[in-house]
Design a protein around this ligand. Structure first.
Ligand SMILES: NC(=O)c1ccc[n+]([C@@H]2O[C@H](COP(=O)([O-])OP(=O)(O)OC[C@H]3O[C@@H](n4cnc5c(N)ncnc54)[C@H](OP(=O)(O)O)[C@@H]3O)[C@@H](O)[C@H]2O)c1
Length: 203
């Protein structure tokens, strides 16, 4: 199936995602909160099919949207996406408000994936890429030892399958850990898999 991939957020995580997503055969768009020209340097340094666009264009054109923006910005983005439906949202966000002191935004008892799914009710949310530090995400996904694991969770099995295929092409190893409720609990900040860099050893 053909896709247009979008990355919203072009900071530490957005850049890390872009480096690997250009290995797919699909066009990859990237946007931040400013004009596309602000991303000229980043786009030139990564190359491939990567292209910067405005936020409205990326939302309209991409059918798989990787979200790598601060937690506080999600409600505004959800408003922008309201007139669309059925898009796959790959949610890489964490609800960390500050590291020192360590403060998490309130999610009303939900995992961050469930919270994001409630903000984007017409889209298909898959939680992924939120457990690794950006410094690791920018490294190659596969090496002599094996492939770096990317945990995914979600309530839409088809969406998870699509995202898992992309993760494989990005040279990482997808591991599906269940629903947004159960898997998400392990992925969220403070969860058992948060910050864990796991390598699946080659057979
Ligand atoms: N850094 C990590 O190691 C790490 C690890 C796992 C998960 N995460 C999560 O990933 C997310 C991004 O973190 P980051 O470290 O990449 O942040 P970052 O370096 O501060 O980058 C944030 C990006 O989001 C863009 N942005 C902000 N508001 C936006 C909006 N309303 N619409 C479009 N773009 C917007 C910013 O664009 P402008 O420059 O134009 O403002 C910037 O490109 C956060 O939720 C974080 O918790 C981070």
């Amino acid at each position: 199936m053909d896709h247009i991939i979008g990355i919203i957020g072009a900071g530490h995580i957005g850049r890390g995602l872009a480096i690997h997503l250009v290995k797919t055969t699909f066009p990859v768009l990237i946007a931040n909160s400013r004009e596309p020209e602000s991303l000229n340097e980043l786009v030139a340094s990564i190359g491939g099919s990567l292209k910067a666009t405005g936020l409205q264009e990326i939302i309209a054109q991409a059918d798989i949207l990787f979200i790598a923006i601060p937690w506080s910005q999600l409600p505004e983005l959800a408003g922008e996406l309201k007139k669309y439906s059925g898009k796959i949202i790959v949610d890489a966000t964490n609800n960390i408000v500050s590291f020192n002191p360590f403060v998490l935004a309130d999610t009303a008892g939900k995992t961050t994936g469930e919270y994001v799914a409630a903000l984007f009710p017409a889209q298909r949310v898959v939680k992924a890429f939120n457990t690794l530090a950006a410094a690791i995400l920018t490294q190659p996904g596969s090496g002599d030892a094996g492939r770096t694991v990317i945990f995914i969770s979600g309530d839409d099995s088809d969406a998870k399958r699509e995202v898992a295929s992309l993760i494989e092409v990005m040279s990482f190893e997808p591991i599906d850990i269940g629903t947004l409720k159960e898997g998400g609990k392990l992925q969220d900040a403070g969860g058992a898999l948060s910050g864990i860099e796991l390598i699946r050893i080659k057979n």
